[in-house]
Design a protein around this ligand. Structure first.
Ligand code: IVH
Length: 710
């Protein structure tokens, strides 16, 4: 991309000399505020500049870490001096509360769609119509990439982004301003650009909201991990995101923007090519790959080039758009029905190939979901060699009547991920038999597969299935869950192989295996220390992230938050009935059933019990704070020994904790009471030695009754 003139981003002086002496009377706060004001202004400009480098020029100049540091500093200063917050501050991209519904917006000028074609002959016809419409006048085209996203309209008044709308039916769209503000490539404020003596500040810009393929794949991977349905393509993901009513959720999805259309009443614009340059100067992200074509032959060359070059683009295009460059000529050609006569979209066909289906294997995910995968004779399709493709589920295989040995049709279209779309029946080998979906998990545990009622997928629900174990541990340690740095895919694999990790609870015993860790390849004192520190730090993550990390089927990040809010203590959540769970807004039968089943599995109890002992967050902060600070149990430490006749040990623990007490496993000087059941163990002797007070079960029950939980 060419160097851009950026009046928007002219920097102010970084720091001012200390001016204390100039303002002898001002208070300390005023002085700090004045300094903060300068720093805030500077930080905002820096952040805008780096947003521009990152999202518009696609050339970041600082690391994410450095960027985050600037952002946090700004947040901190704005929190200290809230009166200095302005709506166009980069911190205010996510401002609003969730909406109930979107307001409607009437488009002043309809948002037209384009006529589509897949054929060059139709392009020639289009060109003939243009030529006839312009009665022999010379003309030229602008050819642009057709981004496969969602079109939006952005309104700027006096340089400030004031309204953003979806296309809707072309005449009326939704007011999605709050959602669009979260897109970091979208300027919240532009500096005026001079156009023939007029300063451009009030205009409408149209463009496409889309996602980078890598972001699309990452989000889909995460969704699949938490048992949510993946999006079929980046466009659906972008569309689904813009429809969310909570801008905070939108902000979590890395939406991108590219602009291709400028409308204003301030001046008479002349050429599409000029508009693209103006947009760029105003600070909008534009696509750098457009070109001017004098002839149809040049258009065809552009089409041919991008037909294959599109494989290397980091985003998806579904064709190219051809526009008459002169806006006067565009007007002359006018519009028929819903599409202009001055533009057309040439779309690329989905690419297909045929190959042989060698086998169908089963892949077991973290949640135990079993996905059939087509093992194919490698075939080159649209830029990559493909040897595997998901077959989704048993029904998909049945619908296509796929048989091992079949010649299958492989397609890569708007769906990005290659899919098996059909079978060439004529080439079916006579010995091919209908595929029977296995009834046992392919893992060494050979657990019978389970298909929840009404679902298309099969599951292996053996918690020791080694295939699931790796995925579970990886998920638990992942950034959005417990964020254990250094415990990524490779390390997990290594530690599982070394027999050091079987369940997520083993992570918290790794400190007992220092020596074994040190003996493993790639490990040294420093890296072991770092890992153990990271593990220790993970105990301080919020309760909802721990819930998410547990990897309960269908419990993604959002659901985990809902559960954590409704049940701020894990004990209560674990005891909740299906009905109680379903009473939580946003939790349906499917999720309720999965959560219920998870906590009924005795193999999970053991893991949970170990995690609790390790000190993982079993309650939300608010719940911990809400625990009584007064009363008999508050702040006291209890140890249990022997069997209680009236309740299980977990229950006793829960009762104590609900009253603000703490339960530990071993007796020490810090123990306040030892609760003694039948057949006490060595803890009793230790308590006697240390002179720790004992409570019988009856005394304990009496205390519980005297001090009811809140
Ligand atoms: S021009 C009347 N330019 O394709 C002008 N559209 O099928 C209409 N699109 O609704 C839009 N890239 O969502 C234009 N470079 C581009 C485009 C583009 C993608 C989308 C846009 C539009 C649809 C038309």
């Amino acid at each position: 991309m060419a160097a851009v003139f950026l009046p928007v981003l002219g920097l102010t002086r970084p720091t001012m000399p200390d001016q204390e002496s100039l303002f002898p009377e001002e208070s300390d706060r005023e002085r700090r505020r004045r300094k903060a004001e300068q720093r805030i202004r500077h930080l905002r400009e820096l952040i805008r500049l780096h947003d521009y480098y990152y999202y518009v020029e696609a050339q970041p100049r600082i690391s994410d870490r450095e960027y985050d540091a600037l952002f946090h500093e700004l947040q901190r200063l704005e929190a200290e001096f809230p009166e200095l917050v302005t709506p166009d501050s980069p911190t205010q991209r996510v401002g609003g509360e969730p909406l109930k519904e979107f307001a409607h917006v009437q488009h002043r000028i309809p948002m037209l769609s384009l006529d589509n074609t897949y054929s060059r002959e139709e392009l020639r016809e289009f060109d003939r119509r243009v030529r006839d419409g312009l009665r022999g006048e010379p003309y030229r085209y602008v050819a642009e990439l057709k981004y496969d996203g969602v079109s939006v309209s952005l309104h700027y008044r006096e340089g400030v982004f004031v309204l953003g709308a979806s296309r809707g039916d072309g005449l009326t769209g939704d007011d999605i301003t709050q959602n669009l503000r979260t897109i970091r490539g979208l300027p919240l404020r532009v500096q005026p650009v001079d156009y023939h003596g007029v300063s451009l500040t009030t205009f409408e810009v149209r463009g496409e909201v889309y996602l980078l393929l890598e972001d699309f794949h990452r989000i889909n991977r995460q969704r699949e991990e938490s048992g949510e349905r993946p999006f079929a393509n980046p466009r659906n993901l972008a569309a689904g995101t813009l429809k969310l009513l909570d801008p905070r959720e939108v902000a979590r999805r890395p939406l991108r923007l590219v602009c291709y259309y400028l409308l204003t009443d301030q001046v008479e614009l002349q050429f599409q090519s000029e508009n693209l340059r103006l947009l760029q100067r105003l600070g909008f992200p534009t696509d750098p790959h457009w070109t001017v074509c004098q002839t149809l032959e040049e258009v065809f060359a552009y089409i041919d080039h991008w037909e294959s070059a599109r494989e290397e683009l980091p985003f998806q295009i579904d064709g190219i758009v051809l526009k008459v460059d002169s806006l006067r000529q565009q007007q002359q050609l006018g519009t028929v029905a819903r599409a202009p006569r001055w533009a057309i979209a040439y779309k690329y066909e989905a690419k297909k190939a045929t190959t042989r289906l060698r086998a169908i294997t089963l892949q077991v995910g973290r949640t135990g979901k079993v996905t059939p995968v087509a093992e194919l004779e490698p075939v080159f399709l649209a830029g990559s060699t493909i040897s595997r493709a998901t077959l989704h589920n048993a029904d998909y295989i049945r619908k296509l009547d796929l048989r091992i040995g079949d010649t299958v049709i492989l397609e890569k279209g708007g769906e990005v991920i290659p899919k098996v779309s059909g079978v060439v029946r004529e080439r079916r080998p006579p010995e091919a038999v209908p595929y029977v979906f296995p009834s046992l998990c392919p893992c060494p545990k050979k657990q019978p597969l389970y298909r929840p009622p009404g679902e298309v997928d099969y599951y292996c629900d053996h918690p020791e299935c080694p295939w699931q174990i790796r995925r579970r541990i990886e998920h638990f340690a992942s950034r959005r869950a417990m964020d254990i740095e250094g415990l990524g895919e490779r390390t997990v694999d290594q530690l599982v192989r070394a027999g050091l990790l079987h369940t997520i609870a083993d992570i918290y015993d790794l400190h007992l295996h220092r020596d074994e860790l040190l003996q493993l390849e790639r490990w040294g004192e420093k890296s072991v220390e770092n890992l153990l520190t990271a593990i220790e730090a993970s105990k301080r993550r919020p309760y909802h992230r721990f819930l998410f990390g547990l990897g309960i089927r269908f419990v993604g990040e959002e659901v985990a938050k809902l559960l954590a809010t409704a049940f701020p203590r894990l004990e209560a959540l674990a005891q909740a009935s299906r009905e109680e769970l379903m009473r939580i807004p946003g939790i349906g039968e499917r999720i309720a059933d999965s959560v219920f089943r998870f906590f009924r599995d005795s193999r999970q109890w053991e893991i949970l019990e170990r995690l609790r002992r390790a000190g993982l967050p079993f309650a939300a902060e608010e719940a911990v704070r809400a625990t009584p600070a007064m009363g008999f149990f508050a702040g006291k430490t209890f140890v249990l020994t022997g069997e209680l006749a009236s309740m299980r040990r977990e229950q006793a623990r829960a009762e104590i904790e609900r009253r603000g007490g703490r339960v530990t496993d071993s007796v020490s000087r810090r123990t306040d009471y030892l609760i003694v059941g039948a057949h006490p163990g060595s803890k009793l002797r230790k308590a006697q030695e240390l002179g720790i007070q004992q409570l019988s079960e009856a005394e304990f029950l009496a205390l519980l009754a005297q001090h009811p939980a809140p």
